[in-house]
Design a protein around this ligand. Sequence first.
Ligand code: GLU
Length: 255
Amino acid sequence: MRIVIKLGTSTLAHATGRLNIRRIEHLCRVMSDLKNSGHEIILVSSGAIGMGVGKLGLGGRPDDIAAKQAAAAVGQCELMYVYDKLFTEYNHTVGQILITGLDIENGERRVNFENTLYKLLEFGALPIINENDTVSTDEIEIGDNDTLSAIVASSIGADLLIVLSDINGLYNKNPKTCPDAELIEVVKEITPEITALSDGKGVLGTGGMATKIKAAELATKSGCDMVIANGAEPELLYDIVEGKSVGTRFLKRDE
Ligand code: GLU
């Protein structure tokens, strides 16, 4: 299977913004193993801004764009350094791709992006994609990596998109405020009722349930299942790939 895995800031970093070492080590081991078993893995990783905030000791996510861009410049280095180191331990080669909204909208740039991606897969490398936050401004940004991961999944005909976050999946009510909230295991169709279930967002990351549901719409429309699951348990990736019920699975639409 061709699998796109999206890791959110809340999965990769502690609340301080510093790297969650145990988590990222575990995730890279499981992803390496999935790759060893024959799956193609493409990673969409957030965390550049969050980790830059931690490393620069800024004390919280800045509001002004230049500070965010500077934080991303620092955090992206740390991210790639760690991914390169951990995947190399398992004999896998990573390649970094940074894009903005312009690269998706412009036909020629999009073709270049897709060609690079296909070539990396052909070479057996593991592409790691993020938004190019250092040059992104409101006008040209994709804005969140949930959307970016769905764009990637649809661009390269992925079979499965897995979005790992700090939540177990989609609930019928807000699980943070309603103790009787129930997890929705399968979504066959994204109805207005499903869209209405989105809630707020985390402290360091960008997305939330709204961007995940939007991503699910895009992915399922292009023939790709999408699963939202909790990144705190990397072993769940095995079950998700085997089609077991974990988190919330949005079923691809059959055209
Ligand atoms: N590109 C942002 C970062 O690396 C993350 C966007 C998102 O979390 O959706 O910090």
